[in-house]
Design a protein around this ligand. Structure first.
Ligand code: FNR
Length: 383
């Protein structure tokens, strides 16, 4: 039985070949930032009020002008379709069933069109800027045609972070059997059998790309470093603004200067994120950067917190510090690997129940009315 995200993580670990589980867990270099994302939540303690009527709890939020049933956004995660056949479609269906936003990664296995056809969730499309701007433009046009509501540009991958475990494992797309992982794959025949019903095991949006069709398998870092443009700048944000009619979201903001610059270009929402500790190591925890960004934007743009959320109380803390909503990556991937669509729904339900219980015990029944007075910022826990 899974009663926490950690329980789902353990189930995912048992069900996936180690190379695939390691890809999900992966952090860059020493993993300092990935650890800090988790640990830093422990420094924010609550200030609870008592004798408040908490018989009705409201955890809905307003984001980009839309009222959402939940503050939880399923963040963009490349290759989610390796965890379960049609994994992105299943996660997007789970999002629809709980009224959550689903963000499709550029680097997903399911295509822009397949996921849009499968789910009625509010969909966002996450973009990486390719050296070949016609590829970038075509992704944007496909997302527009398929009805995605927001474009989420990830800004913290000018080059790929150093994921040493993936390098040791020889992790490729499609995953390949080699001497060192034969036993591991054999121990997970259930996964192998399930994946035989998968339409593909490569980046669905680029099935005809010569770099993919000419090789048996490609290393993720090698492929992305050869295709993503390290020369992306704010000029590209202006260009995207001109070709994308809907709301623009920048994901990977980690300081006040960039937040102000984004606001000056009319960016509707910022995601304070360090990519789950998978990019620049020794960035501070996302939750520690959040107040700086919230203060810099002064309400002119909406702020979303992403990184390290494993408990509903983490979400409550982020919203008390000024976030509108929170993105999760690994928590829903654990659910997907553990039990497909139902597993993602369970991850959402567990976090939501924890949000509700935390709000009740805090004496603050409305999530959207939280402010910093719900936290003991004057006396942070000394750890
Ligand atoms: C990611 N993330 C990510 N982000 C992005 O903008 N585009 C992408 O393609 C991916 N791919 C990806 C794959 C996997 C396996 C993981 C775990 C993460 C980062 C993701 O959107 C998010 O920032 C982090 O996952 C947040 O941290 P937590 O919730 O995993 O702690």
């Amino acid at each position: 039985m899974s009663v926490s995200i950690e329980d789902l993580r353990q189930r995912a670990r048992r069900r996936l070949p180690r190379t695939v589980f390691d890809y999900v867990e992966g952090a860059s270099d020493d993993g300092f930032t990935a650890d800090a994302n988790r640990r830093s939540f422990e420094r924010y303690l609550f200030r609870a009020r008592s004798l408040v009527d908490v018989s009705v709890i409201d955890h809905s939020v307003t984001l980009l002008g839309e009222r959402l049933a939940t503050p939880i956004i399923l963040g963009p995660t490349g290759l989610a379709g390796l965890l379960a056949p049609r994994g992105e479609e299943l996660a997007a269906k789970a999002a629809a069933s709980r009224g959550a936003v689903f963000t499709l990664s550029t680097m997903s296995i399911g295509t822009i069109e397949e996921v849009a056809a499968a789910s009625s969730a509010p969909l966002w499309f996450q973009l990486y800027v390719w050296k070949d701007r016609s590829v970038t433009q075509s992704l944007v046009e496909r997302a527009k045609a398929a009805g995605y509501r927001a474009l989420c540009l990830t800004v913290d991958v000018p080059v790929m972070g150093n994921r040493e475990q993936d390098r040791r494992n020889g992790f490729t797309v499609p995953p390949r059997l080699h001497f060192s992982n034969v036993m591991d794959v054999l121990r997970h025949l259930g996964w192998v059998l399930r994946m035989t019903s998968s339409p593909r095991a490569t980046f669905g949006n680029f099935v005809d790309h010569p770099a993919l069709t000419q090789a048996n398998a490609v290393g993720v870092a090698r492929f992305t470093n050869s295709q993503f443009d390290p020369a992306v700048t704010w000029k590209d944000v202006e260009w995207l603004r001109s070709i994308w009619p809907g709301p623009l979201v920048l994901k990977g903001i980690s300081c006040a200067e960039d937040a102000r610059k984004a606001v000056s270009l009319g960016v509707e929402a910022l995601v304070v994120s360090n990519h789950g500790g998978r990019q620049l190591d020794f960035l501070p925890a996302a939750i520690d950067v959040l107040p700086e960004v919230v203060d810099a934007v002064e309400g002119r743009s909406e702020v979303i917190l992403d990184g390290g959320i494993r408990r509903g109380s983490d979400i409550v803390k982020a919203i008390a510090l000024g976030a509108r909503a929170c993105m999760v990556g690994r928590p829903f991937l654990y659910g997907l690997a553990a039990n497909g669509q139902a597993g993602v729904e369970q991850a959402l339900d567990l976090l939501t129940a924890e949000v509700d219980r935390t709000l009740a015990l805090l004496g603050r029944p409305r999530l959207s009315e939280l402010d910093r007075s719900a936290l003991r910022l004057d006396a942070p826990a000394s750890l």
